[in-house]
Design a protein around this ligand. Structure first.
Ligand code: SF4
Length: 507
């Protein structure tokens, strides 16, 4: 039996450079008396048909993290087991620690398991330390706010800016305004050269993981071509590359979409933020530093800071306010099953074909494609929110329950009754046509509302407005959407409803 008296369990999405459970265990009994346990759970990996690059990212980052801890002098027990619980039982039986220290999981079920099931399962005292991965875990701008009371993201965001002193000049926002959205809605010029992401060629550890993941029965896409960062240093290099090469143009083109390029000027750093290889405040401060040094305009720096300490933290905060029960929300009564093309990309709708194929092949599309193409379609077509959520969880390499439930069921599908976002994000083809080049290569016509070549987004959009007119009119922010219905007489309404039904019957 080992002399270790304390074990530290580090979860696969908590690969923090400075992990609070390691610091606490070392403080209590010294590094030599601590054993660190990481568990690769086969059950977790098989829960959904995950995108294979996502599995490679998670497993390879865990194995590299274990390697780093060993190099720093920690004793590490790296276990492959059917479940996390089985792996921890195996560890406890082999090493008999006096207690287990861990950091609170970011997800509801994981945290309940740590607090309620684990002490009895291991017959050990379990110390669950506060989660330090999120700023919203360290500061709550509206503590105790009842879950049925909305708190808009803009107020949350400004409170976070003030509390963490990001892009602030004293009490005032840097650049003289809180919001530069009006400068940030540009369409991408044709033929503009776009910078590619840095690539991190797989080392021997990653290559072994790729072979294992490729051989697994369940999954979508392929591990081939995996080139993401799996260590802190490489994730930092990805951050540095973003700040130097893409941040300056991030703001103006953050809502633009193109068939030519997946990432445009986006950071694509959520892969690393969501497993602890990068931390949100460091990213926000790097953007601020670039602005202060004159290397990025304020609309780009503010746009990035808004994403990281605004939206991302708001989403995490909202998740914990609305759990449990968020997954079951279905305010618009959507019951249609997820269309099969979500697993193949085989659809004639050019925007959806590109976005779905990109997600299945790479585990990534940027946020406007997720919101205004995929979620917009699913909301208008009445797809079951829980099925949409599971598709996002499976297909996207940065997707975890805490981010997807509020983002998909809340913001994207407005199925939470407007608690995450105050209005449904719905749009006809004209939005997609204005912000992308998808329509130019599509067999459908974004200008037509009826007829064989009419874009399905148009019929679905008008049918949604007609069917939910009363509810939309009652929402001061969504009321704008229904104004166009004034121009539709009863024949036009009947025709839009029939066109939408004809399309939905083909799904
Ligand atoms: Fe998408 Fe409609 Fe444009 Fe085709 S025409 S790309 S389906 S919005």
């Amino acid at each position: 039996m080992s002399e270790a008296t304390v074990s530290v369990w580090i979860l696969g999405d908590q690969l923090l450079r400075a992990h609070p459970a390691l610091a606490e265990a070392e403080r209590r009994c010294g590094r030599a008396a601590v054993r660190v346990v990481l568990v690769e759970s086969a059950g977790r990996a098989a829960r959904l048909p995950y995108q294979r690059k996502k599995l490679v990212l998670l497993v390879s980052a865990m194995r590299h993290y274990a390697q780093r801890l060993r190099a720093e002098g920690w004793q590490v027990d790296y276990i492959q087991a059917a479940t996390a619980g089985a792996g921890l039982r195996q560890h406890a039986a082999a090493h008999r620690p006096a207690r287990l220290i861990t950091m609170a999981a970011s997800e509801h079920g994981g945290r309940a398991f740590q607090r309620e099931a684990l002490p009895a399962l291991l017959r050990l005292p379990v110390d669950v330390l506060p989660n330090t991965q999120f700023l919203a875990g360290q500061y709550d701008p509206r503590p105790g706010l009842p879950p049925d009371k909305p708190y808009v993201m803009e107020h949350f965001y400004r409170a976070m800016r003030r509390r963490f002193a990001v892009l602030m000049d004293g009490e005032q926002p840097a650049g003289g305004a809180w919001n530069f959205d009006r400068s940030n809605r540009k369409r991408l010029p044709a033929n503009r050269q776009l910078p590619d992401l840095p690539v991190f060629p797989p080392d021997a550890i990653t290559q072994a993981v790729m072979a294992e993941v490729e051989a697994a029965a369940r999954g979508v896409g392929t591990a081939d071509g995996f080139n993401l960062a799996v260590t802190h240093d490489d994730a930092q290099a990805a951050l540095d590359d973003f700040i130097a090469r893409r941040l300056p143009d991030f703001g103006p083109y953050e809502d633009a979409m193109t068939a030519r390029h997946a990432t445009l000027y986006h950071s694509a750093l959520s892969f690393y933020l969501n497993i602890g290889l990068l931390e949100p405040l460091a990213l926000a401060r790097a953007a601020e530093e670039a602005y202060r040094a004159g290397r990025a305009p304020i609309n780009s720096a503010e746009g990035l800071v808004r994403q990281v300490i605004g939206w991302r933290e708001y989403i995490y905060w909202t998740y914990w306010r609305l759990m449990p029960g968020l997954r079951q929300r279905n305010a618009w009564g959507a019951r249609r099953p997820l269309p099969a093309f979500f697993w193949t990309g085989d659809t004639e709708m050019n925007c959806l074909r590109h976005v779905v194929r990109r997600a299945l092949a790479t585990g990534y599309t940027h946020h406007i494609e997720r919101l205004m193409v995929v979620c917009n379609f699913c909301l208008l077509a009445g797809i079951d929110p829980a099925q949409v959520n599971d598709w996002f969880l499976a297909a996207y390499a940065d997707a975890y329950e805490w981010v997807m439930l509020p983002n998909v069921i809340g913001m994207g599908l407005n199925a939470d009754g407007g608690l995450t976002a105050t209005k449904p994000y719905i749009a006809s083809a004209s939005y997609i046509n204005r912000m992308s080049d998808y329509c130019a290569g599509c067999r459908y016509d974004p200008q037509q509302r009826a007829g064989a070549n009419a874009c399905p987004f148009n019929a679905l959009y008008w049918a949604f407005l007609i069917r939910h007119e009363a509810a939309l009119r009652a929402n001061p922010r969504a009321g704008q959407n229904v104004l166009g219905l004034r121009h539709l007489d009863s024949d036009a309404r009947r025709s839009a409803l029939a066109a939408a039904d004809r399309f939905l019957n083909t799904l």
